[in-house]
Design a protein around this ligand. Structure first.
Ligand SMILES: *Cc1c(COP(=O)(O)O)cnc(C)c1O
Length: 367
């Protein structure tokens, strides 16, 4: 099955004798012992979560998937599955919520070195004898830096460590990290998978079922950070249009990036689809499209950037990304005082509105 077909037909288990076209939401938290589906209790598994996990695994071409109540819960489950005393190599511009999880929840339990993942020498120098996990995020948030996933996977393999890749920005429509050598893929399903800014969720997908994956399943089941049956239902519903939404997001992002590149009010544009992006060649070798996120710096100060945001009509000043509506935010204001993000940088989640409206709006705000 091709991607578009499997997102529509996988994970739609019909057992009802009335044969509804769409699998209903199973709200029951408990199930009669000895049932054919082998379902016991909703924290451990549920028909809607089973369906969601089936389609997630297929989308990333993995052996299995585990759904969580948020992207942070999914990422944190990977750290929880490591032995205490393990060392992690992670990106210096890692998604700040998962960076905070690592340093706030695992201080004294896990060691971590943050490096520029686009600098392979820096990554090599960060390796220690107890390095057990390489964490990759490509494209990264919010600078859209590109990491060579194949190269990091080789380093991880040589070290006998696991490589996990946060694939939230690219989505499996444009990038399959498991094909590039990763062991685990992580998603914030809150973003493009949900696609309408109304579901919180996270996911892990594994290349193979092994003892590390068993631990992750234990963290999911015993830790209990699982999505509700209704959230699983809404997510499988949204996933059915993911391929077509992503094509629209990427097309609009390219149009906006080229427009910004030629605008006198703009200093610099960050989009991996632009030939001028330093990671463009690697991005082109590992992605089939460049995604829907564009960052840019305005000419001037943080206040000038704030002024642009306040003049926009269609781009909503809000955090998060991946919804049908365009969002914009001055990232440094959200990330706090220690951020590496330029103060005048605006991050845009390019939505599915008509690009004529988006460009006209952006132009009047930048003037
Ligand atoms: C949002 C996000 C997360 C965290 O996901 P939540 O669903 O908000 O917990 C992790 N990584 C990336 C790249 C994100 O954008």
């Amino acid at each position: 099955m091709k991607f578009e077909t499997l997102t529509i037909h996988k994970g739609n288990q019909i057992t009802d004798k009335n044969c509804p076209v769409v699998q209903p939401i199973t709200l029951s938290t408990t199930f009669e012992h000895g049932n054919e589906g082998g379902v016991l209790y909703t924290r451990a598994s549920n028909p809607n979560r089973n369906s969601l996990e089936e389609v997630l695994a297929a989308m990333e071409k993995g052996a299995d998937a585990a759904a969580f109540s948020s992207g942070n819960a999914a990422g944190t489950a990977v750290y929880q599955a490591l032995e205490p005393g393990s060392h992690i190599v992670a990106p210096d511009d890692m998604y700040h919520g998962l960076h905070n999880s690592m340093i706030q929840l695992f201080a004294g339990v896990l060691e971590v070195t943050f490096v520029d993942m686009s600098d392979l020498e820096a990554v090599k120098n960060a390796i220690r004898p107890n390095t057990k996990l390489f964490w990759v995020e490509s494209p990264s948030n919010p600078l859209l830096k590109i990491t060579d996933i194949r190269a990091i996977a080789q380093l991880a393999k040589a070290q006998g460590a696991i490589m996990a890749c946060d694939n939230t920005f690219a989505t499996p429509v444009f990038q399959n990290p498991l094909d590039l050598g990763a062991d685990i893929v992580m998603h914030s399903s809150t973003k493009y998978f949900g696609g309408h800014s109304d579901i919180l969720g996270g996911a892990l997908i594994t290349k193979e079922k092994n003892t590390f994956w068993d631990k992750i399943r234990t963290v999911q089941r015993v830790g209990g950070a699982v999505p509700s049956p209704a959230d699983c239902y809404w997510l499988t519903r949204s996933i059915r249009t993911l391929a077509y939404r992503m094509k629209g997001h990427a097309e609009h992002a390219m149009i906006l990036a080229e427009f910004l590149l030629n605008h006198p009010g703009v200093e610099k544009v960050y989009y991996p689809g632009l030939k001028s992006h330093p990671g463009h060649a690697i991005a082109a070798s590992q992605m089939s499209g460049f995604g829907g996120m564009v960052s840019f710096t305005v000419k001037g100060s943080a206040e000038d950037a704030d002024r642009v945001v306040s003049k926009l009509k269609y781009f909503i000043n809000a955090t998060s990304l991946g919804g049908v509506e365009s969002l914009i935010e001055r990232r440094a204001a959200v990330e706090g005082p220690n951020t590496l993000t330029p103060q005048n940088l605006l991050r845009v989640s390019v939505g599915l509105e008509h690009t004529d409206d988006l460009l006209e709006d952006m132009d009047q705000a930048l003037r």
